[in-house]
Design a protein. Structure first.
Length: 73
């Protein structure tokens, strides 16, 4: 099981496994932080954008939309 230089076979490749693990950890951190940034960006919608979404989804009527639109202006 020993190689010609006295090392175990495969020990020279151990650093590659470490690099792969490190890369996975970095990738996971980047992915989680980018998802959090996207979520906070979505929560910063303008009141008018929220009002338009509510109207488009049928949550409020045209009259309610026009009234609230005047309130926001």
């Amino acid at each position: 099981m020993h190689g010609p230089d006295g090392m175990w076979y495969g020990m020279g490749w151990g650093w590659i496994i470490g690099l792969v693990v490190l890369a996975l950890i970095i990738w996971l951190i980047v992915r989680v932080t980018s998802q959090n940034a996207g979520a906070s960006h979505q929560s910063q919608k303008t009141p008018m954008a929220i009002l338009k979404e509510r109207y488009a989804s049928g949550e409020i009527t045209k009259e309610e939309f026009e009234e609230k639109k005047k309130d926001l202006s």
